[in-house]
Design a protein around this ligand. Structure first.
Ligand code: HEM
Length: 420
């Protein structure tokens, strides 16, 4: 990875990190079509759901020509190619469910996926950067959005990716305020930092509201029973213990985690800014998720962590600047609230359906069982798509977030009606 040397005499800015003022980490105007030469890919990528349902995706991909990637010229071309090829890969691997997986991805898919992965700095698997950040277009002049590529799950799949996109968009004011915080700390300007933290807190609250839309647009049984497997990877996944051989790339199997919003750079940035220190095991998982982000976004997280500590600055100013310490505490409290709501959502979309699936299994599946939940993979019951033990992990991450609060401030906050 290329190192960007930021001259600390220059003000901190988001310019070197591929972050847009309007859309944050979301890719601006993603490419919707590839050069004509790549039509054989797009013909399949735009029909993944139908082809999976008719059990034809693997045979269509097997007959696909092995195409050179040399005509993919721009970053946007590479991102669309990565989205298309990685989504096809998920369909290919999981088309026959957890008992019908494969050990080798055919070279006409594996080789170009590998090459566009090298070109874009993403791993050769579907990531948050593909399915959410680079997977949208304007449907009409009113600005309504739709997905470019989708996976099985119908309206719930669309809802899942779109709501996640809305969370990314709600975070844009917070992202834009990060340089103001950093430059304010560098200059010792407590008022500027307090103002920027107030914007960040509001934006975190808007993200929390956007997250709740998941309950409106996604049906838990469809998410759990149908969609989730297509987001699963081949690292620490009992259904694919050997990993996956990418034919024509290397003979040894490779292991990659599945797609998850743990790969979104947002909370990683806010954690670094606010000084959240994660516990070793969960911190290790979160750190590993950075390998699934676009390299420029990964660098931003790292560069924020190298800046002088905001938390120490707030602590130093505490006696003289009540607005500043309150804004900092409210930001931490809002990040805790966001993570608590996310935990509730995971309970509704994974833990509860998993309980129902176990119940159905113990009763014995009937031949005509149509309940979506009964189609869910067993191997992932207790695990996240990234391979983590879900609830312990999420609660540890949430609790460590609260620990970033300044000593004594949680009591002060509770007195004001807030909570940590
Ligand atoms: C139905 C919706 C969702 C479910 C079931 C879900 C589930 C999970 C699970 C199981 C994990 C554990 C790690 C892993 O397995 O990858 C996780 C982590 C995470 N998810 Fe979600 N998620 C959902 C939506 C979202 C959305 C919309 C966001 C925000 C963009 C989000 C942000 C995160 C973050 C940041 C983590 C890492 C843990 C943390 O930093 O607190 N998730 N999610």
């Amino acid at each position: 990875m290329a190192t960007v040397f930021t001259d600390s005499k220059l003000p901190f800015s988001l310019d070197p990190y591929h972050v847009s003022a309007e859309l944050g980490f979301v890719l601006q105007a993603p490419q919707q079509e590839l050069p004509e030469f790549y039509q054989p890919w797009m013909d399949i990528a735009l029909r993944i759901t139908d082809l999976v349902q008719s059990h034809m995706l693997r045979s269509r991909i097997d007959k696909m020509p092995l195409l050179s990637t040399e005509y993919l010229e721009t970053h946007r071309d590479l991102r669309l190619a990565h989205l298309a090829l990685s989504a096809m890969t998920m369909g290919y691997v999981w088309q026959e469910g957890e008992d019908g997986t494969i050990e080798m991805l055919p070279q006409n898919l594996a080789v170009p996926l590998w090459e566009v992965s090298q070109g874009s700095g993403l791993p050769p698997i579907l990531t948050h950067a593909d399915a959410v950040l680079a997977n949208w277009r304007k449907k009409d002049p009113d600005g309504n959005l739709e997905l470019l590529v989708t996976l099985p799950g119908g309206d719930s799949a669309r809802g899942f990716f779109m709501v996640t996109l809305l969370v990314e968009l709600a975070a844009v004011p917070a992202l834009r305020s990060i340089p103001t915080v950093i430059n304010g700390v560098r200059r010792g300007d407590g008022e500027a930092v307090a103002g920027a933290l107030e914007v960040i807190q509001q934006s975190l609250q808007d993200m929390t509201h956007a997250l709740k839309l998941m309950h409106v647009y996604v049906e838990p049984s469809i998410f759990y029973g149908i969609m989730r497997i297509y987001l699963s990877g081949w690292k620490d996944n009992p259904s694919m213990p050997k990993g996956l051989v990418y034919e024509g790339v290397q003979t040894e199997p490779m292991h990659y985690s599945g797609g998850s919003a743990a790969q979104s750079s947002l909370l990683h940035c806010f954690d670094q800014l606010l000084g959240v220190q994660h516990e070793a095991t969960s911190g290790h998982f979160l750190h590993r998720m950075r390998d699934y982000m676009p390299p420029a976004h990964r660098r931003l997280i790292q560069d924020i962590s190298r800046e002088p500590s905001l938390r120490e600055f707030v602590q130093g100013e505490r006696a003289s600047n009540a607005r500043l310490s309150r804004a900092f505490t409210l930001c931490v409290a809002q990040l805790v609230a966001l993570r608590s709501d996310h935990i509730n959502m995971v309970s509704r979309f994974i833990s509860i359906p998993a309980g129902r699936a176990r119940q159905l299994r113990s009763r014995g599946r009937t031949a005509g069982e149509t309940e979506a939940i009964s189609m869910a993979p067993v191997a992932l019951e207790e695990r996240g798509t990234g391979g983590s033990g879900i609830m312990t992990f999420l609660k540890t991450v949430r609790d460590r977030t609260g620990d970033a609060c300044l000593p004594g401030s949680s009591e002060a906050l509770q007195e004001q009606g807030g909570q940590l």
